[in-house]
Design a binder for this molecule. Structure first.
Ligand SMILES: Nc1ncnc2c1ncn2[C@@H]1O[C@H](COP(=O)(O)OP(=O)(O)OP(=O)(O)O)[C@@H](O)[C@H]1O
Ligand SMILES: [Mg+2]
Length: 299
């Protein structure tokens, strides 16, 4: 039994068919295999965190699940609410209740934020949802401390990094997904925006939503306490655990995990990029978490 399965067995009466089931997922980009067989399940109501060094394939996993055309699924299976997710087009996946908050949200010049949200809500919930749209939007803007003027601005155009991340959370709040994957939604936020995002996520947390948080910062995980933590290195999930695994990685980095794997004779393909570090907090603190070392700047 995997650590996740064991924790689940202890914690709850999880349904037999998980909301999202990823089995032996292999994904290639431009003909190069990045994910080498990822297994992963998530149920509504659970919060999962995926940690891993730069270039390990975290965003690749998120994009592949969303159906981004550059990410070619070469093997494996994914079901969402029992349906074959890989057979669905990207918009069908979104309509079915899968949501991805991007690491680098793109701008769409000419499309006003408010119109975009209205269309997205209509597409997901049908024409009748438009009636309550305005009221719900005002409520979410208030919670996220976002000004109404955002709604007439073009989607993400000229938004600051933090504003883009808040806009992603706003979309998530309005679309009420069943599984949301948040790819580094916490990076580049100032302290106030960080709290707004973390509080926003905590407010959305509940039995109807499964959340996958991809992050480099344990700080986020101290706020959004994950039920399950997965470490992705070299295109494979190499370790599963509970919240304590995130603390372990925060303290000691990925090196001990790599050593553990090597001792077991497991081969791991590490990204070749220069500067990839697998050390502990002592070594990488300044680079990874300026919040700790520079006081109240960014996290
Ligand atoms: N669209 C793409 N074009 C070319 N290479 C890509 C693309 N997407 C991913 N890759 C490659 O796949 C590998 C994994 O990248 P990915 O973005 O998934 O890593 P990550 O774990 O999200 O890293 P980070 O923590 O830096 O965000 C990298 O070697 C990257 O260069
Ligand atoms: Mg990434």
């Amino acid at each position: 039994m995997t650590a996740t399965a064991e924790a689940r067995a202890r914690a709850s009466s999880a349904p037999a068919e998980p909301t999202l089931r990823v089995e032996n997922l292999r994904v290639a980009v431009d003909g190069r295999e990045i994910l080498h067989g990822v297994d992963f399940t998530i149920n509504k109501g659970e919060v999962h965190a995926i940690l891993g060094p730069n270039g390990s394939g975290k965003s690749t996993l998120a994009y592949a699940l969303m159906g981004s055309p550059r990410y070619e699924v070469t093997d494996g299976a994914v079901t969402f609410k029992g349906e074959d997710l890989l057979a669905m087009a990207t918009d069908e996946r979104a309509r079915a209740g899968l949501f991805l908050a991007f690491q680098y949200p793109t701008s769409i010049p000419g499309v006003q934020m408010g119109n975009f949200l209205r269309l997205a809500v209509k597409s997901r919930f049908g024409d009748q949802a438009v009636a309550g749209f305005r009221k719900e939007l005002d409520e979410k803007l208030r919670v996220l401390k976002m000004d109404r003027s955002y709604m007439t601005r073009y989607l993400n155009e000229g938004f600051s990094g933090g504003e883009k991340k808040k806009a992603e959370i706003l979309q998530m709040a309005m679309l009420r997904p069943e599984v949301a994957i948040m790819d580094e939604t916490d990076s580049g936020l100032d302290v106030d925006a960080f709290h707004v995002v973390a509080d926003g996520v905590n407010a959305m947390r509940g039995p109807d939503l499964g959340i996958v948080v991809i992050t480099h910062y344990n700080r986020m995980l101290e706020y959004i306490k994950p039920d399950f933590v997965h470490v992705l290195i070299g295109g494979k999930i190499v370790k599963d655990g509970g919240a304590e695994l995130a603390q372990e990685v925060d303290r000691h980095g990925y090196q001990p995990i790599l050593e553990e794997l090597r001792a077991k004779g497991v081969e791991i393909e590490l990204p070749e990029e220069a500067g990839a570090t697998y050390g502990g907090r002592e070594e990488t603190e300044e680079r990874r978490d300026p919040f700790r070392s520079h006081g109240r700047t960014a996290i």
